[in-house]
Design a protein around this ligand. Structure first.
Ligand SMILES: NC(=O)c1ccc[n+]([C@@H]2O[C@H](COP(=O)([O-])OP(=O)(O)OC[C@H]3O[C@@H](n4cnc5c(N)ncnc54)[C@H](OP(=O)(O)O)[C@@H]3O)[C@@H](O)[C@H]2O)c1
Length: 326
């Protein structure tokens, strides 16, 4: 299964690999922003296994692990750059040495500084998809960045650009005026559909890159009310936007109950729960590209296994909507 990123001609596998967790620890003023400790060797093996299994799209951000995710990804892809598409993001500033995420910078001058630094860390001379990471940036401020982004395309530093935002009006604003605007990255999963954003993507021919496709791991079924994520993990940080896990690092009981109600449909045709969650995303639109975060070889093998099984049927999607009351 393949997808194209908007009208850019960039052809990618039906899932990408999310690279937030493999960045390892970093923090901001509210606490941890990473997913706890990681093993870089396992991350590298995971990236290589993804490639072996036909996953050739990698999503990272400069701020993940305060530069570390880009460095690990760049090293792992050395010599294989022409086989993959790399998406990264800018907008959140950070200090690499202290692993501190400082705050946002939405100026055109900063885009140029950030792209140069990302190219260096990734060890490449072009980025396939360069995404604005400040999801709620005002549309008029974002409009001021389009000239610089188009210039970066012209210069060959990026092939296309995107915006990681959950706000359909922001996506609309760039879709109107951005010639090389190819993709919106937004939160979307069977537990949290986003029909309005999918509609914008379909109307404007944009790719819908789905973050959180496994509800930060909850949809894999491995978390129960008796388990919790480890220390230093953003999922247990109690930040205001974290609704999937509580401050104690335990998954939300309400979401676990919703998952149970659709388990049978998701695991049809021998799918694992993770594979069913990815299959749901492909079924709701032909523009979706889920990017499950993977930090082990076993996880990427499970997730890539979804590719061979394809989307759920329309009847299954309808059944899930009834079961979830959505
Ligand atoms: N604002 C933004 O732009 C933004 C925000 C969020 C995410 N993203 C992007 O979207 C990507 C994906 O989102 P996400 O990482 O938040 O969540 P996700 O993909 O829903 O969940 C990923 C996590 O689930 C667990 N997992 C993955 N596959 C598994 C499997 N087959 N079996 C068991 N556990 C599995 C792993 O964590 P554990 O092993 O620790 O459970 C993994 O880190 C990120 O990596 C990042 O690239 C972007």
């Amino acid at each position: 299964m393949r997808r194209t990123l908007g009208e850019s001609g960039i052809d990618v596998s039906g899932i990408g690999m999310g690279c937030w967790a493999i960045g390892g620890p970093f923090h901001n003023d509210n606490g941890p922003s990473g997913w706890g400790e990681v093993d870089d060797d396992e991350s590298t093996r995971t990236i290589h296994r993804a490639l072996d299994l036909g996953v050739d799209f990698f999503d990272t951000a400069d701020v993940y692990g305060a530069g570390h995710s880009e460095r690990v990804l760049g090293r792992a892809l050395a010599g294989r750059r022409d086989q993959v598409a790399i998406a990264t993001k800018w907008g959140w500033t950070f200090e690499e040495d202290t692993k501190y995420a400082v705050g946002g910078n939405d100026t055109a001058a900063y885009v140029r500084q950030a792209v140069t630094a990302s190219l260096d860390r990734l060890g490449t001379d072009y980025i396939d998809l360069y995404q604005l990471h400040i999801g709620d940036l005002a549309a008029d401020r974002a409009a001021e960045l389009l000239g610089t982004l188009e210039a970066l395309v012209e210069e060959g530093k990026i092939r296309a650009y995107g915006w990681s935002t959950d706000l359909p009006d922001r996506a609309e604003s760039w879709a109107r005026d951005g010639a090389h605007f190819a993709a919106v990255q937004h939160d979307c999963s069977v537990l949290h559909g986003s029909p309005e954003m999918l509609e914008v993507c379909e109307r404007h021919g944009l790719a819908s890159i789905n973050r959180g496709p496994l509800a930060m791991g909850l949809l894999t079924g491995k978390y129960t009310t008796a388990t919790q994520v480890g220390p230093g993990d953003v999922r247990g940080s109690g930040v205001e936007w974290m609704t999937l896990f509580g401050k104690d690092g335990r998954p939300s009981a309400a979401h676990l109950a919703r998952l149970e109600s659709v388990r049978e449909v998701l695991t049809s045709e021998g799918r694992t729960l993770a594979q069913g969650a990815l299959a749901w995303l492909w079924a709701v639109s032909d523009r979706t590209v889920p990017i499950p975060g993977c930090r082990t070889v076993a996880q990427v093998e499970d997730n890539a296994g979804a590719l061979g099984k394809g989307p759920l049927t329309a009847a299954q999607v309808a059944e899930i909507a009834v079961l979830l009351g959505s």
